[in-house]
Design a protein around this ligand. Structure first.
Ligand code: ADP
Ligand code: TYD
Length: 215
């Protein structure tokens, strides 16, 4: 087992990136490694992760003829986040469980801000409200081109947001890169074109450093 310092609060790590960047693959590898190392941890995914949040997820991702307004989309994403944060994430961190989130607040800034064109500073305030001002300690942003993302995610059963296309994913990526520069203390940009094992190695190294640094 790896030596780790004891902290009075769990570590909160989020994973971000455009569709198909390899996030879910890396989240699962990190979860497996944490379990192997005996670190108490929990995985949550957004939108979703609790009963109410999963119901909101179904509304959000369903393809239908009526167009969902960008504002309704942002409010539903953040409503789901508020429920997940209060019911699941905050209690877990309080009992020193490490929380790994497959998407969190930055997805709203990148997709509804960059992708849909809503005001990012306004969305930051909305996020602060929805997250009870909780920020991740570490955010792994996996960067790939929109072409590669689309190729990897496949087009067999795209959800409503994945169907928005290449240009949309490009705008989302651009916004992620801006966020990485805006929040350099918690953002770690990972080159998503590396091998699955190589990327996992980098992520594990940063995670273990952060676990050891936590007071
Ligand atoms: P996301 O959760 O970001 O949408 P996934 O983790 O589901 O992405 O990965 C999408 C696809 O790309 C999967 O088939 C996965 O095996 C593949 N993949 C993931 N990471 C890599 C990588 N580094 N190189 C090549 N293919 C990858
Ligand atoms: P999901 O199937 O979970 O995709 P992925 O495996 O890529 O995470 O679908 C989530 C979709 O919702 C994805 O396209 C990103 C989008 N999304 C937003 O637009 N805003 C948000 O705040 C969140 C959390 C997700």
């Amino acid at each position: 087992m790896t030596e780790m310092s004891t902290s009075n609060k769990g570590l909160f790590i989020s994973f971000e990136g455009i569709d198909g960047c390899g996030k879910s693959t890396q989240v699962q590898l990190l979860m497996d490694k944490l379990e192997k190392e005996g670190v108490d941890s929990m995985l949550v995914r957004e939108p979703g992760g609790s009963t109410i949040s999963e119901e909101i997820r179904n509304i959000l991702l369903k393809t239908r003829s009526e167009t969902m307004s960008a504002r309704a989309e942002a409010l539903l994403m953040t409503a789901s986040r508020a429920q997940l944060t209060k019911d699941t994430i905050l209690p877990a961190l309080e009992r020193c469980t490490c929380v790994i989130a497959d998407r969190y607040q930055d997805s709203t800034l990148a997709y509804q801000g960059g992708g849909r064109g809503l005001d990012v500073d306004y969305l930051i305030q909305l996020n602060t409200f929805a997250t009870y001002a909780l920020d991740p300690d570490l955010t792994f942003y996996i960067d790939i081109s929109s072409e590669e993302g689309l190729k990897r995610s496949g087009t067999l059963n795209p959800d409503r947001i994945e169907s928005a296309g290449l240009k949309f994913q490009e705008k989302v990526r651009e916004q992620y890169l801006k966020l990485a520069h805006r929040y350099p203390n918690r953002f770690i940009i990972i080159d998503g074109t590396g091998t699955i094992e190589g990327i996992h190695g980098t992520i594990w190294e940063k995670t273990i450093n952060c676990l050891n640094d936590t007071p």
